[in-house]
Each structure stands twice: as structure tokens, then as C-alpha cells.
Ligand binder design. Structure first.
Ligand SMILES: [Mg+2]
Length: 231
């Protein structure tokens, strides 16, 4: 049995971009011919597919074009990557990923992004994508909600232990629905005090100051699995 640490990307491994949604707007405009102006009230923690659908809906656009929008988003993401796009990693990411690997646990991804976009984001932030097990990573670009994504992960990982690291209450709810423990890190838009009411086994201010507590929390989860008492 292995222990999989499932990392969210935006706000967890990589700092949120102030204009993070601009590619969504461009992609929808390209496909529908209309530039969306209405914003989705609470987009954080939504999957990419869910957010794009919501933008189409609140702007009165054809939701049947979601597949085309996702396809074009991949095109725009590649172009952005080729232009030398740069993103800022969250503090302590390298050491946290190394600490997980050093202990024999597996780093993997659980993100609302599609796999191409996830790879470009990591590269843009100087994080080596090969540090993650892509076979056991879960991408929510076609998931209607984050709960669908965590259900896929739970099923795909079988009897292996898993723990999710994320930055939003939505990440916690999605982890709960699949019975996966959740570690919250306050490097996205939510502060630690806003993440405390979630089911998080631990809430970290960031991965640097919280490294020891991160490792302890994963150890407890992994230990419970190897003790055979179930999660
Ligand atoms: Mg996030």
C-alpha cells in the first residue's frame, strides 16, 4: 500500500494570478464570439469545467459549447507557455514535495485544471512536473464539480491511502465527500481562520512554516492505513 499526497495547484503549489481567469474569457470569446462580462460570484475551488460552464451560464451563452471552450483553452495555454509565461510558486513548495518523496510517499495532483494546463502552470512556476505521479493524478477540467473529481480519485487509488492538500473550503468539502483526509494551506485567498471550520486535519499558514506539521499529518494518515484500522 502506498500513500498518495494529492496536491491542488492554484493557491496551494502556485500563487493565484491576479488575472487568473483571463484565458477563460479569451477562450469563451473565441468560441462564442461574445466576450463575457458577468463574473461568477465564488469561483475558488471550482473545477475548470464547472467554472467555464458557470461563466457561460451567467452571461447567457450557449453551455453546449463547453467542449469547444475547453479545447481552445488548451490551445491558448500552449501559446501562453510558448510566450515564456511565468508564475510564482508558493513558499516552501520544493521542500514540501521533497519531504513527501523522501518518506516514500507519492506526490500526485488533484486539480480542477486539465492535464496540459496543469503541466504548463507547474513549468511556469519552476516546479518539475516529473516530481508527480501523473498516472495517479486527477484532473477536473471535465468534472461538473470537485466532488466528482475526488470520487474518481478515491476509486482510482483503491486501497491506497490518500490525503488532499488544498487551499479552499471547497477542497475540504470535496475531500470529505470521498472520505479522503484534507490538509488546508492558507496561501490562496482564504486565511487560516477561514479554513479552520473545514474538516482539515491541520491548517497551515504556508508550506514553509508548516512543513513539520504537514509531514506529521501525512504520517498519521499513512500510519493509520498501515495499522489496518481504516480511514
Ligand atoms: Mg486551489
Amino acid at each position: 500500500m502506498s500513500t498518495f499526497v494529492l496536491w491542488d495547484i492554484d493557491g496551494t503549489l502556485i500563487r493565484n494570478a491576479p488575472n487568473g481567469g483571463s484565458l477563460y474569457i479569451e477562450s469563451i470569446e473565441h468560441v462564442t464570439g461574445v466576450r463575457p462580462t458577468e463574473r461568477v460570484p465564488d469561483p475558488h475551488g471550482m473545477t475548470e469545467g464547472q467554472l467555464l460552464l458557470a461563466i457561460l451560464e451567467v452571461n447567457g451563452l450557449d453551455t453546449g459549447r463547453l467542449g469547444d471552450v475547453l479545447f481552445h483553452l488548451d490551445v491558448l495555454s500552449r501559446e501562453q507557455h510558448e510566450r515564456g509565461w511565468v508564475r510564482e510558486p508558493c513558499v516552501g513548495v520544493d521542500a514540501a514535495i521533497a519531504a513527501v518523496a523522501d518518506r516514500g510517499w507519492t506526490n500526485a495532483l488533484l486539480t480542477g485544471n486539465g492535464p496540459n494546463r496543469a503541466r504548463y502552470k507547474l513549468l511556469a512556476a519552476g516546479i518539475d512536473p516529473e516530481l508527480f505521479d501523473w498516472t495517479h493524478s486527477y484532473f477536473g477540467h471535465e468534472s461538473p464539480t470537485r466532488q466528482h473529481l475526488t470520487a474518481d480519485a478515491r476509486q482510482g487509488l483503491g486501497d491506497n491511502e490518500a490525503i488532499i492538500v488544498g487551499d479552499t473550503p471547497n477542497d475540504g468539502l470535496a475531500a470529505d465527500s470521498a472520505g479522503i483526509p484534507f490538509i488546508a494551506v492558507a496561501t490562496g485567498i482564504y486565511e487560516a481562520s477561514q479554513l479552520e471550520p473545514t474538516s482539515a486535519v491541520v491548517v497551515l499558514d504556508d508550506l514553509e512554516s508548516g512543513l513539520e506539521r504537514l509531514v506529521e499529518a501525512i504520517s498519521r494518515s499513512a500510519g493509520r492505513a498501515s495499522a489496518g484500522t481504516g480511514a
